[in-house]
Design a protein around this ligand. Sequence first.
Ligand code: A2P
Ligand code: 11C
Length: 337
Amino acid sequence: SSYNVAVVGATGAVGNEMIRVLEERNFPVRELTLLASERSLGIDIDFKGKSIPVKVLDENSFAGIQIGLFSAGGSVSERFAPIAAAAGCVVIDNTSAFRMAPDVPLVVPEVNPEAIAQYKTKGIIANPNCSTIQMVVALKPIHDVARIRRIVVSTYQAVSGTGKKAITELAEQTRALMNCQEIQVKVYPHQIAFNCLPHIDVFLDNGYTKEEMKMVNETKKIFNDPAIAVTATTVRVPVFFGHSESVNIETEKKITAEEVRKLLATAPGVRVVDNPKENAYPLAIHAVGQDDTFVGRIREDESIPNGINMWVVADNIRKGAASNAVQIAEVLIRDYL
Ligand code: A2P
Ligand code: 11C
């Protein structure tokens, strides 16, 4: 059978990739509805050789639609996801609006596909934050055998995580600076070209950013392990696509670097690239366009008895957002619809 699917935020960085991933993975789409704001009226987007006009999202957009992939920002999801669910559409929401709601599953198919069953209560499944997704894909196999007690993560995140406007801002600032011209600073509070900003999303009262606390709270929920200790520093870097992460873990049981390498070599969704002598390690430029999470620089943390360091890279728009959402939809139709 095939399904009527809507993409909400179809003209955005993630929404557009959702359309590409549906096409590439040959998701059984009967009819594809593309939704955005009135700013996008008149835009057509190709899907499987057909040009589809973008429609304006409103309360009546979801009649007859079975699956809605949402990526138009938290406030749009807060308002429209319940409306879609009430119309019988299962919402797979890429925003942070519902991730921590106790009756909304937060799912990475390689890690906790069984959680999808919970979708029936609200009709909503949440897609985690991009920086969380790639970290848990890499850590799940280790957690299963050695039990991770604590994670210390620092991220190097691409501007595409902020959306289309930020991609333009990095390109324009780079061009301007290379031509000795004045730059415009609009999307971020500071220049992003040739710079690193230890600031992603808004600052909270505890001194952390919201992005950092997403990594803490979402990891506990996805692993269904409130005891796991997580601390994060999230940094925006002048990279267009692909988030990189330095991940340090402390495990209950000793696990060697060689054992981690072996474990990850057969883990779903993981590709080990770890041959430093040949300068082989995961790179953002190699992860772009891929759905795997790349892991390398695997080594024992010699400062503690049971510690591992690694470098984890993925395409934030694909595995971090669009591909993970479509993979959730694939499990949903296989096991539930
Ligand atoms: P539009 O292009 O019409 O503004 P990005 O994260 O790359 O900035 O993209 C955001 C996506 O969310 C775009 O497709 C954008 O559509 C859509 N969007 C933003 N606000 C709304 C809204 N109020 N209603 C519908 N779609 C929205
Ligand atoms: C970034 N992680 O790179 C953010 C983007 O909660 O879905 C995704 C925000 C989210 O800026």
